[in-house]
Design a protein around this ligand. Structure first.
Ligand SMILES: [Zn+2]
Length: 215
């Protein structure tokens, strides 16, 4: 009888372990290790400062410029924003939009090896694959058609386009992702804006917004 009870107890314990232990470790099961990067994501899912982002679905993307696609909701709002800027004499140029994780992978690793950077150094200026806002189709890199020499550089903050964006981008639901001081520890990117004007976009960027607002 004692033996039988022991067996039942042992069986129950094993069953409990199998059934419940994986659920006690939800964060561990979600950890996504990236080949070529030694660091692992933290408790909040961030890898080297960047939050994880899923890729936009193909049928959500629309072509905006030659070779540049965006999520259709961001594309519509960007179009309205560019027309309003043009009416104010500002030439907003779209330099980059949706990037597949494959493309982000080559950007991250090609430039990293070309410049002999570590993954942590590279992550200051570019997101690791799987961690770029551009993968969502909601992020845009913008330039000033009147001052292309400032494209993708901090000097963009001195352009008419940037000051116009500071005054008007919020009306079109575009937010500066990486201001000069940001909690993610990413370099200042005055050219990089993300669209937060739909329930889906808001949900995607909720963790980043919460961190920016101090938790
Ligand atoms: Zn960008």
């Amino acid at each position: 009888m004692g033996l039988l009870l022991s067996c039942v107890a042992l069986f129950s314990l094993s069953l409990a372990a199998v059934l419940f232990v994986p659920e006690l470790l939800p964060d561990r099961t979600r950890i996504q290790v990236i080949e070529g990067i030694d660091e692992q994501p933290g408790q909040d899912g961030r890898l080297l400062g960047h939050f994880p982002y899923p890729e936009a679905l193909v049928d959500q993307l629309v072509p905006v410029e030659a070779g540049i696609e965006l999520h259709r909701d961001a594309a519509l709002s960007l179009d309205a924003m560019r027309r309003a800027a043009a009416a104010d004499g500002v030439d907003l140029r779209l330099l980059s939009g949706y990037r597949s994780q494959e493309l982000q992978k080559s950007i991250f690793f090609d430039v990293k090896s070309e410049r002999n950077q570590t993954a942590a150094e590279r992550a200051k200026v570019s997101a690791p694959p799987g961690y770029s806002e551009h993968s969502t189709g909601y992020a845009v890199d913008l330039g000033d058609g009147a001052d292309p020499a400032t494209n993708l550089s901090a000097a963009f903050e001195r352009t008419a386009a940037f000051s116009w964006l500071q005054d008007h981008a919020a009306s079109y639901h575009f937010t500066l992702s990486f201001p000069a001081v940001n909690s993610q520890g990413v370099s200042y990117e005055p050219w990089h804006w993300r669209f937060e004007g739909s329930a889906d976009a808001l949900r995607r960027f909720e963790p980043a917004r919460r961190l920016a607002n101090g938790g």
